[in-house]
Design a protein around this ligand. Sequence first.
Ligand code: CP
Length: 303
Amino acid sequence: MKNRSLVSINDFTRDELVQILDLAETFEANPRQRILSNHVVASLFFEPSTRTRLSFESAINQLGGRVIGFSEAGSSSVSKGESLRDTIQTVSLYSDLIVMRHPLEGAARFASEISPVPIINAGDGSNQHPTQCLLDLYSIRKTQGRLDSIDIAFVGDLKYGRTVHSLVIALSMFKNVNFHLVSPMELKLPSSVKKFIKDAGYNYFQYEDMNEVMTKVDVLYMTRIQRERFSDPMEYERVKNSYILDNMMLTDSKENLKILHPLPRVNEISENVDNNSKAYYFQQAQNGVFVRQALLASILGVI
Ligand code: CP
């Protein structure tokens, strides 16, 4: 993986994904090692972030590396009209690797095509979020003991949810995965993503009522209905409270069920669920540090 960019989760094979997860376990056991002390990583966030940016920065700091960058486009020369091409070309002169979040789908791919240093996509519009996917896979494997033979429900905004797109594509590489897709009619998973499920020879099941999946699944992957992705505010108002998970709904769920959410949450998981032993979303966010350490070490060739 040395010197490779990660733009889409399917840039990596199943074996390469498993290799990163295995390496992440070693970082979880020993997260403070000074293996990046000769490296500078640029963190370019053109769109807001808490977990992705700060877990990358924590991962780099704990490995002894240096971080440069910006957390909003307004504090960079993009606000003066500089192009993405010029920004990337310039920042690549100052760093060994660029982590980039951008509101436009395809921005990370474009950056990877012009950058002399590797690009890690930290989320591009509604398209993909491959490093979130790595920590989701890590969390599923850690809590279920496997990635094959999983029943998983995705709930909420499956149309614009980039974390959903990446995770569906990745799980299609594993064996016997059953996909339960719960969304309002307006927010169904795009056909381009469903194609990965079909090409893998798997079925998917679509629902509008979340209660239909509660007893069936090992993993409940909740998502936020993302106001910022809607061009029509009335459409957002119509669907924004479609799903709100509470403890009562979990009464007959499987013993091994874990609730994941990429976060941030708005109101789709009631706060009383946080103390339920099936809630795993904050541990999931913590796992982001270890998988990002593994990814950085692999791409920078220090492992
Ligand atoms: N999961 C995730 O991408 O969260 P942030 O937007 O806070 O980075």
